[in-house]
Design a protein around this ligand. Sequence first.
Ligand SMILES: C[S@@+](CC[C@H](N)C(=O)[O-])C[C@H]1O[C@@H](n2cnc3c(N)ncnc32)[C@H](O)[C@@H]1O
Length: 244
Amino acid sequence: MMRASVLLLLATFLPVLWACNGDQTAGNADAPGMTRETPPPTPAKVEHPEPSKRAGNFENLVADYESKDRVIWQKPGIVIALLGDLKGKTVADIGAGTGYFTFRMVPLADKVIGVDIDPRFISFMDSVKVRLPEQYRNRFESRLAKPDNPMLTPEEADAVIIVNTYGYIVNRVKYLRTLARGMTTGAELLIIDFKKNNLPVGPDDVFKVALSQVEQELGAAGFEVARVDNETLDYQYIVLANKK
Ligand SMILES: C[S@@+](CC[C@H](N)C(=O)[O-])C[C@H]1O[C@@H](n2cnc3c(N)ncnc32)[C@H](O)[C@@H]1O
């Protein structure tokens, strides 16, 4: 039953595969035309997602993360470009979910690790992997992590992204210190999360962390904050830090 549902979702919600269909640059992933190219229309019931009301149901979470309108406000191409040239680099996507960012980075990096604590998302990403063009398949690895440990090997990642996941991590300063051990010196850490106040997308405010708190926690964990951007994305802030 669950397997059938996941297969149905794969057929319906995989715009991520376009990102691996040829050597697209990160920049053109935001082109409005891409949303129009989604083969089957999104079912009416997920046209107006209400994430907080549907949390916990896997199919609904997948529909939410992969919703076709997300590209408009998430601007994945602009976000990924913030990491600079990923050629030859290993990137870890912490809390990767369906791999919304993971699979967009696969054509650009040497290796992308989709890290998640939920085995359902690990299985989901693995089912996407088999549909990738062959030249990209070995660049992706899924990794089942623990809530307090991203399970990276020492200095494994040259760049790390944490999108819409930071607020779900407990003991964040300790977590960031553990994460830092899995990063090379100078490696980038990109954190993106929802601004407070009622927004048409994103979780309830209780799951959100204020931008100032993210900065403070990064500093406490020994990271150097290089850039803070509250403007580029309508609903989210962006923090770029480096491992010292
Ligand atoms: C809201 S989703 C975001 C998914 C993806 N980053 C995106 O933007 O589409 C949050 C994800 O983080 C995962 N997660 C929650 N706590 C985590 C932790 N401590 N370590 C790694 N992943 C975690 C959840 O299982 C879920 O897949």
